[in-house]
Design a protein around this ligand. Sequence first.
Ligand SMILES: Cc1cc2nc3c(=O)[nH]c(=O)nc-3n(C[C@H](O)[C@H](O)[C@H](O)COP(=O)(O)OP(=O)(O)OC[C@H]3O[C@@H](n4cnc5c(N)ncnc54)[C@H](O)[C@@H]3O)c2cc1C
Length: 386
Amino acid sequence: MVSAPPQTTEVLVVGGGITGAATAYRLAQAGVETVLIDRFDLGTQASGANAGSMHGQIQFSPFRDNGEVWARRWAPSLELLDASVEIWKGLNDELGVDVELRLGGGLLVASDERQLRMIERKVALENAHGVASQLLSRDDLRRVAPYVADEMVGGELCPIEGKANPLLATPAFAAAALRAGARIERHCEVQAIERTRDGFELSTTRGRFRAPRLVLCAGADTAPLGRMLGVELPIEGHPMQVNVTEVVTPLVPHLVYFAGDRLTLKQAGIGSLLIGGGWPATVHPRTGRPAVDLDGVRRNLAVARRVVPAVGRARLLRTWVGVNNGVPDEMPIIAALDDVAPGLVVGTFPYLGFSAGPVMGEILAALARGVEVPFDLAPFHPSRFG
Ligand SMILES: Cc1cc2nc3c(=O)[nH]c(=O)nc-3n(C[C@H](O)[C@H](O)[C@H](O)COP(=O)(O)OP(=O)(O)OC[C@H]3O[C@@H](n4cnc5c(N)ncnc54)[C@H](O)[C@@H]3O)c2cc1C
């Protein structure tokens, strides 16, 4: 039997999460013939399973655990998150969908003076990188967030933070990509990638695809794709879980974090509370798939109640799991790897990749088109891993 000839296009984008959907949209918008490929449906992995927090500050736990030297190295990522929030602000109009962006501010609270002094140093670093976060005294905190437990001694308010709806954002980018002329191949798993004389050939469960340029942005599963081309990318999967409660009256206008333990807490537009903060899920012993860790659920809810006691009134409805895209130093990996394979672009923004999705789309599309990017991408090159 003669196999069908490969389908050809200008750019192939592998990974239909928020990163790939936004990249395909920007490419198609620029008039570039683009095919977006995903092995499942779009936005069904981390981009659909995340907690919808809009992040714009240095996360407290890596700051505490890795120290200020790490934070100074990581800080260029702030510029990307800030730029992403600016894009998020225009998405309702641009994509024609209300992605439920609400920027009520991010509130990191401390339960002791030691945490507060660390937050003070973190705020100084953020301010030096243009983020208008501010330190809150105990009185400031009472004024800004009277719903927070009395034991909290102060904190930080970061004005560019909040939330958006993950179930809406990726489909909105994908629909816009289609309207702009991109093609989307769902249920199309990339099984092998070969370099051709003038680009790449992908063997997939739906036939072969060829293009001179290839963007690999498959989240936690980008590493195996890179390996198909002999490129080692230290991107790993971390199963994590998020909880949602029943609908309750308005309670939490901020995205709340706690310096004393893992927590993100916010209230969705319809009133349910989303409670997470990077709590690990477990792996099912038989299926090998991520599964809910019940002890983690209990501890996560206890932390939420400690910080915002009124949370205790809400009943838990559901806990779900997803696999987060991790990088050992928590920094994005973004590069055009022309020296390794001309035409190859790779990109992942670890842990905060929902927030960063819109800016990642702009950057990866620009790299694939060979046009200038308004950011210094040197800190994000994978060559930092040697
Ligand atoms: C539980 C949880 C909570 C989170 N909370 C937040 C949050 O509140 N705020 C925030 O900013 N970030 C959060 N994140 C992180 C964020 O969700 C991710 O960083 C982001 O969604 C990554 O997007 P992506 O498009 O790069 O990857 P993904 O969404 O994982 O998409 C990658 C796609 O590639 C496809 N793919 C993989 N391999 C292949 C292949 N061989 N062939 C074809 N397709 C392939 C997959 O099917 C998938 O659809 C959270 C993550 C998790 C898991």
